[in-house]
Write a protein of this length. Structure first.
Length: 161
């Protein structure tokens, strides 16, 4: 069976530079619980979702206005058997500008249907990309996870494990 990496594509009225800035603003659309930096080549950052998900990403490719790639250098997913399931995967954001819109193609390379966390993670990424990142680009207001609040979706995602 051929592996199929998780891919989500969104289109937003914005410039490529605005989209690039939004993607790099991880605390505004993914989680406020970030240690480190997420803006330039070589930067590393760790994100936390309570005590159930901790992962460290390193920016391994950065082409302003066009592409960002994170390498997951460490992961601790405390609700599945293979707690290191994300380690070694890559997360990419490709930006294509056409007229007054941009398309962002998000791919989590290595997150494939054969792994344990695929379904739940696909739903979570879908929520973050289709809603939070899109809204950050469109309305300048994302809905990142925080220690203080957890959306109904996030609560139920972690509750099922």
């Amino acid at each position: 069976m051929k592996e199929q990496d998780l891919t989500i594509t969104i289109t937003v009225k914005a410039t490529a530079q605005e989209a690039f800035k939004c993607i790099n603003s991880v605390t505004k659309w993914w989680t406020e619980n970030l240690e480190g930096s997420s803006e330039k080549l070589g930067d590393e950052f760790t994100v936390r979702f309570g005590d159930v998900h901790v992962s460290t990403q390193k920016l391994v490719e950065v082409i302003p206005g066009k592409k960002i790639v994170w390498l997951v250098t460490d992961s601790q997913l405390n609700f599945i058997k293979d707690k290191q399931e994300w380690t070694g995967t890559k997360i990419s954001f490709e930006i294509v500008e056409k007229d007054d819109e941009i398309t962002i193609r998000f791919t989590h390379h290595g997150l494939v249907p054969e792994i344990e966390y695929f379904n739940a993670c696909s739903n979570a990424w879908g929520d973050y990309i289709n809603n939070s990142l899109r809204n950050l680009g469109k309305y300048r207001q994302g809905s990142a996870y925080s220690k203080r609040k957890m959306t109904w979706f996030q609560y139920n995602l972690f509750k099922i494990y």
